[in-house]
Structure formats: structure tokens, C-alpha cells
Design a protein around this ligand. Structure first.
Ligand code: SAM
Length: 258
């Protein structure tokens, strides 16, 4: 799958692509990323991409025209029609990062990470945001990282890329690893269980701290039961909404919780 990113700050995204476990997805071609510096598509000596808001008020607004030019260049580069005909099905979705978007969840990530997904054109806003006319004409979906305001969409783009990359086959050392993570349907959408590693006894600030004995037992069935119980407990404590959803789907039963 291929992600094209329209940004004023490609240098914020670039280092991330060559670091950590997810670099395998980017270097190996499972996830192709192309960065499109928006100023390359702006006019004039100053390559202006923003202007004052009509109606007054603070801040600047990203102009529709440079965004539109960049967006068309990406579509042509991808072998698509420069402009999609009105009403035509979405070929490659254009996604704007915005506080007004759908919250980024595992389900959203899984949609973009699917083997047959085409990737997306990602638009990173800056300043007060993007001229609404570009959004109306070219944007298919909006994604939010949460109920807070970032200075720009680049961190949101990296968050989406990272989450998509680690779901690609062969990217994590152990194929089952992503399936054991929080929110994954393989663990019924529950939170993760606690993890421990050596030493068996850690001399912490409140005295010696051990490891739950079951984890040292070598008994795989009992370890799996303990982890399941811990997932249920952690979810009940921190995210009762997720537990309620799992109960409603019938994947967590009263017998599970006993
Ligand atoms: N005026 C906008 C508002 O009040 O909703 C905030 C604009 S913000 C300073 C600039 C850009 O950062 C946005 O256009 C968007 O691309 C990105 N951004 C800010 N918060 C975000 C969030 N929670 N999730 C995703 N992107 C966000």
C-alpha cells in the first residue's frame, strides 16, 4: 500500500521512517511512503501557502489552490485521473487530519492496514486549518488523534503510519505479537495484560518485588488463563466501555469473568 503525505514539514516525518521496528515495513516496501512538500506547489517568490481568514480573526488558513495542485500531482503520479468524476467511487481515499475527524482507533487502523487497501493521500493541516473548499472538493475522510489540538497533522500522520506498519506481516519479530496487543479482535478488543521480565525479584523503591508465580510455572494453559483474567481486570478498571462492548458482542461471557 502507498501513502502520499502532503505536508509543510516533511522533515518532521522523514526520520521516523528509518527508525525502530516499523522501518522494516517502509524499507521492505510493504508500506510505501512519499512525502510531498506543499511549498513545491505554491506560486511566487515566497511560495505562499496560507493567507488571512475571511471574516477576520486570528491566525492563517491554508489556501485551497496549492493543496489542490499538490493533490492532483499525487493522483497523476499514482496513475489515477487528476480529478475524480463527481459520484465516482473512491479509488484512493484522501484523508485530512483534523480535530473534527473520526477518532483514530484499532478499527480505523485495521481498515487502512488491510492487505487489499490502497493506502491514502494524507493531508497534514497547519495554522488555523484548511480552506473548507478544498475539504469539500477533495477530502473523503477526516481522522482525529483525540480531543486536543496539535500544531499540525504530521504527528497524526506518523501515528497512523506507525500503527499501519506494525500490522503488516513480518514487521514485528513475532507474527502473533500484534494480535496480543490491546484493542485487537484476537484478544476480544480488551486491554493488554501486565508484563514482567528478568530479574525474578527486583529491588524496587518499596522493597523486593516478585513476579506472579504462574508466569514462572511453565504451564502454558494456566499462563493463558491468568493473562485472560488480567486483561479482563485491566479493561474493567481502565476502560469499562470496552468491556461493555465485548460483553455486547458476546465475546466476553459471565463465565469468563468468574
Ligand atoms: N483551528 C483548528 C481547530 O480548532 O479545530 C485547529 C487547527 S491545528 C492548530 C492545525 C492542524 O493540526 C489541523 O488542521 C490538523 O491537521 C492538525 N490537528 C490538530 N489537532 C489534531 C487532532 N486532534 N487530530 C488530528 N490532527 C490534528
Amino acid at each position: 500500500m502507498r501513502f502520499d503525505i502532503i505536508t509543510l514539514f516533511p522533515e518532521l516525518i522523514e526520520p521516523y521512517l528509518s527508525a525502530g521496528v516499523t522501518r522494516r515495513a517502509f524499507a521492505g516496501g510493504a508500506v510505501t511512503v512519499r512525502l510531498w512538500p506543499l511549498r513545491d506547489h505554491a506560486d511566487g517568490h515566497y511560495r505562499r501557502v496560507d493567507d488571512r481568514p475571511f471574516g477576520g480573526g486570528p491566525g492563517m488558513v491554508m489556501m485551497a489552490e496549492p493543496l489542490y495542485r499538490c493533490w492532483r500531482a499525487i493522483r497523476v503520479d499514482r496513475g489515477l485521473d487528476a480529478v475524480r468524476a463527481p459520484g465516482a467511487p473512491v479509488d484512493v481515499p484522501t484523508v485530512l487530519f483534523s480535530p473534527a475527524g473520526e477518532r483514530l482507533t484499532h478499527a480505523v487502523v485495521a481498515r487502512y492496514a488491510a492487505a487489499d487497501a490502497p493506502g491514502a493521500i494524507l493531508v497534514c493541516g497547519r495554522y488555523e486549518g484548511v480552506d473548507q473548499r478544498f475539504i469539500d472538493a477533495c477530502v473523503d475522510a477526516q481522522i482525529s488523534l483525540g480531543d486536543f489540538v496539535l500544531s499540525g497533522g504530521e504527528i497524526a500522520a506518523v501515528a497512523l503510519l506507525d500503527a499501519v506498519a506494525r500490522l503488516q506481516p513480518g514487521v514485528l519479530g513475532d507474527a502473533a505479537s500484534a494480535e496480543q496487543d490491546s484493542f485487537n479482535p484476537a484478544v476480544d478488543g480488551l486491554l493488554d495484560c501486565p508484563h514482567y521480565t528478568r530479574p525474578e525479584v527486583w529491588e524496587g523503591p518499596h522493597g523486593p518485588a516478585g513476579v506472579p508465580p504462574v508466569l514462572l510455572s511453565g504451564h502454558h494453559g494456566q499462563i493463558a488463563s491468568w493473562r485472560r483474567a488480567q486483561r479482563l481486570l485491566a479493561t474493567a478498571r481502565a476502560r469499562p466501555d470496552l468491556l461493555a462492548e465485548a460483553r455486547a458482542r458476546g465475546v466476553v461471557t459471565p463465565a469468563d469473568e468468574r
